[in-house]
Design a protein around this ligand. Structure first.
Ligand code: GTP
Ligand code: MG
Length: 375
């Protein structure tokens, strides 16, 4: 997709000043109107780039926001731990240019898993003008703990409350002005998947571009201290209009992660998935192979009419054609069944529960439950 098409696409979403993704350009001038400044000669001044980090718990939509703003394609999915290394992208909003860094999700700045260390190092290095701390509107109490940890290190924090569309669906109402008052930092509600609230977020972030980044010490306070504060603040600003939604979620969660019910359900679902992929694939496989067989006869007929030498017919039709179509007929149907079903389970949020259920067993082999999803 060309920059112009991207520009037009993003322009449509934005009501006032558009944000414009552009490829890696360190030397973007705030006054330069070019969307791609690579090799631009009019930028004689130093770049006015606001470096912002997207930090937050796993699965709160950091990469979704990063992709929406930069036009890049970071891996997005409904389970935790997809982003394991920092990714950088650029975008522009009005006269401000932004260098955005998508960090791996972390629950705390004191954690010691490799990807969480990457996030901690990035935040503490102090190379960002502002940290955009992303929270999940549907579970504010959990996500706010990390925000408090970041706030203990730097005042340059914006709280971005994502998944507001989901919260609305579940009848969760958050008093954002009160939250802003309690925290003393800007709070911007967004829905990254729908591209809502992104203008306001960039407007807030742009205000920090003149501040100079500074390095911080890693946080020393115990995470429990921040968790308590997070619960308190969340209780004061959140109203649940449909508590039955929460209760139903809890009940389902308890069933799918329970030691007995969770394991039985997981085995049954995995069995069903493989059975559907293998048995269900037989019919389309047969159909494909008879179709390819019919085409093979026609190809031989055509080759005979064209007086193609027998050894070339054998090499091309019995060799290349037959082998490739055989592989397609055997491999394509199971994949066409397995991957959409797997994606459905992912979107339903079941895969993180599988990772949770298998974590204990995987730990015994010095691995972790998340690795089960790749197997
Ligand atoms: N409904 C809704 N879903 C969203 C929104 N933002 C993100 N999601 C979904 O939330 C899930 C997680 O999004 P990611 O962007 O992968 O989350 P992440 O924070 O980068 O996760 P990690 O890289 O694992 O830390 C995906 O299934 C997204 O489609 C939103 O605003 N609304
Ligand atoms: Mg991510």
């Amino acid at each position: 997709m060309t920059i112009d098409r991207l520009f037009r696409r993003f322009k449509k979403k934005s009501s006032s000043e558009p944000y414009t993704p552009f490829p890696g350009c360190e030397l973007s001038c705030a006054d330069c109107e070019n969307t791609d400044c690579t090799g631009c000669t009019c930028c004689s001044c130093r770049p006015a780039v606001c470096r912002a980090a997207l930090a937050g718990n796993p699965n709160v939509g950091k990469s979704t926001l990063f992709n929406a703003l930069t036009g890049l394609h970071q891996h997005v999915g409904n389970w935790t731990g997809k982003t394991v290394a920092c990714a950088t992208g650029f975008c522009r909003f009005g006269k401000s240019s932004f260098e955005l860094t998508d960090l791996p999700g972390t629950y705390s700045l004191c954690s010691d898993s490799p990807e969480e260390e990457v996030a901690r190092e990035a935040v503490c290095q102090g190379c960002f003008h502002v940290i955009i701390a992303i929270c999940d509107a549907t579970s504010l109490e959990r996500s706010l703990a990390l925000v408090f940890q970041i706030m203990a290190l730097t005042p340059h924090v914006i709280l971005c409350v994502n998944l507001c569309d989901e919260a609305k669906k579940k009848g969760i109402v958050i008093d954002f002005p009160h939250l802003e008052e309690l925290l003393g930092i800007p709070v911007v509600p967004i829905s990254a998947a729908k591209g809502e609230g992104l203008d306001e977020l960039l407007k807030e972030a742009g205000k920090y571009s003149d501040d100079s980044p500074e390095a911080f010490q890693s946080c020393e306070a115990p995470p429990e201290h921040f968790m308590q504060k997070a619960e308190e603040v969340s209780r004061q600003v959140t109203v649940y209009h449909r508590p039955e939604y929460r209760k139903r979620d809890f009940r389902i969660d308890r069933a799918v992660t329970g030691p007995v019910t969770g394991t039985l359900l997981m085995l049954a679902l995995l069995f069903l998935l493989f059975w559907l992929s293998l048995s269900g694939a037989n019919y389309p496989s047969q159909l494909l192979s008879s179709g390819f067989g019919w085409l093979e006869d026609k190809l031989y007929l055509l080759a005979g009419m064209g007086h193609v030498p027998g050894w070339i017919q054998g090499m091309l039709i019995s060799g290349v054609y037959k082998v490739s179509t055989w592989v397609i007929a055997v491999m394509l149907p199971p994949m066409a069944i397995f991957f959409p079903l797997f994606t459905l389970l992912e979107d339903l949020g079941y895969l993180p529960r599988v990772a949770f259920n298998l974590d204990h067993q995987f730990k015994k082999c010095s691995a972790c439950g998340k690795q089960a999803l790749c197997m």
